[in-house]
Design a protein around this ligand. Structure first.
Ligand code: FAD
Length: 316
């Protein structure tokens, strides 16, 4: 059995859960794909998970209202052990990266971290991941009765939900007492959709000229399209944008339906974070810019003229 831990937020299954389901479907294991949903009041999330898995296990209790690494790792390890899971797939999110090593220790299992690919050959899991600040792509294999894996966001195409819902089962969890309590939080003031969840991403590079140019052109276009905002490392390193917006090898991997690259040259490190986007539109004044090699639509011209014209048209 393959166990996927389905993350969710604001009552919706996260994109990572669909990506985990897709990664799981590529493996040749008996017993199908089981999704585990943990939280409080998660009926609608479990219903969504039932469309991408063969069965859904639901841990729904007030104790699970808030994420906690000790509680989550205990729950996941318990379910994996009881179900004799051979592979446990966890999202490579901040929380997934935090609790997955604890799950691996509890199950006495090897941990494959932040994998970009996963193959199953004769009961051996083969994976690829970046190491040495992403300068090296490492190939690893795990030979063990149970393996814990975290999956890099955006590395797998999200699974398409089926039309028949799988059966759901409530689980009894033996949870440890919480030792950490979140005493408060401050949310970043942005109404924008998260980069890795978005269907449309508008990304800006050095070609937008200045931080003000970025706001006017990239944010302006993203506002019209209801899109997330991304940036190149050059822009992030210059302090124009926060690191959280960086797309690429050392940033986020995105796979939206549409990716609009504004003033981006298309360095290989940037491309590796967005080249699986369904439709790529590039705007660059240099007709030989490498970004045009992977773009579905290219506009050769000055972003300061083209993007305001696009915004004006969209406003109409
Ligand atoms: C180990 C390592 C990891 C890295 N990781 C990442 C990563 O995760 N993400 C990432 O993005 N980069 C990464 N980089 C950096 C990467 O190599 C490039 O330097 C970077 O992507 C370039 O960003 P850019 O396209 O904004 O800038 P540039 O390469 O300077 O390109 C700017 C482009 O804008 C165009 N332009 C200029 N003015 C205009 C205008 N007025 N109108 C239209 N077009 C215009 C130019 O023709 C040019 O093509 C990494 C590098 C290393 C060594």
């Amino acid at each position: 059995m393959i166990l996927i831990v389905a993350e969710h937020a604001n009552g919706k299954l996260s994109k990572s859960a669909y990506e985990l389901a897709s990664a799981a479907r590529g493996l040749k294991r008996e017993g199908g794909v089981t999704a585990l949903v943990l939280g409080s009041g998660v009926a609608s999330v479990a219903a969504s998970a039932a469309l991408i898995a063969d069965q859904v296990l639901v841990g729904d209790s007030a104790e699970l209202a808030q994420y906690d690494a000790e509680v989550w790792s205990a729950a996941v390890a318990q379910i994996a052990a009881e179900g004799e899971a051979e592979v446990v797939l966890i999202a490579g999110s901040r929380s997934g990266r935090e609790y997955s090593p604890r799950v691996a220790v509890k199950l006495d299992a090897p941990l494959l971290e932040d994998v970009m690919s996963l193959k199953d050959e004769g009961g051996v899991l083969h994976a690829e991941h970046y190491t040495f600040l992403t300068r090296v792509t490492e190939r690893v294999e795990a030979k063990a009765p149970v393996v814990v894996v975290t999956v890099k966001a955006g590395a797998f195409a999200p699974a398409v939900p089926g039309t028949t819902a799988a059966e759901q089962f409530d689980v009894d969890l033996e949870l440890p007492k919480r030792r950490l309590v979140v005493t408060g939080s401050t949310k970043e003031k942005t109404g924008r959709i998260a980069l890795i969840e978005a269907d449309i991403v508008v990304s800006g590079g050095r070609g937008v000229g200045t931080p003000e140019g970025f706001v006017q052109l990239v944010e302006g276009l993203a506002d019209q399209l209801g899109a997330a905002v991304g940036a190149t490392r050059a822009v992030v390193d210059a302090g124009w944008r926060p690191y959280s917006e960086q797309v690429g090898q050392t940033g986020k991997t995105v796979q939206p339906k549409a990716y609009i690259a504004v003033g981006i040259s298309g360095a290989v490190q940037h491309l590796s974070g967005m080249n699986k986007s369904k439709c790529i539109v590039a705007i660059n004044k240099d007709g030989d810019a490498p970004i045009f090699k992977i773009a579905d639509y290219g506009i050769v011209g000055d972003v300061k003229e083209i993007v305001p014209a696009m915004i004006q048209e969209l406003r109409k």
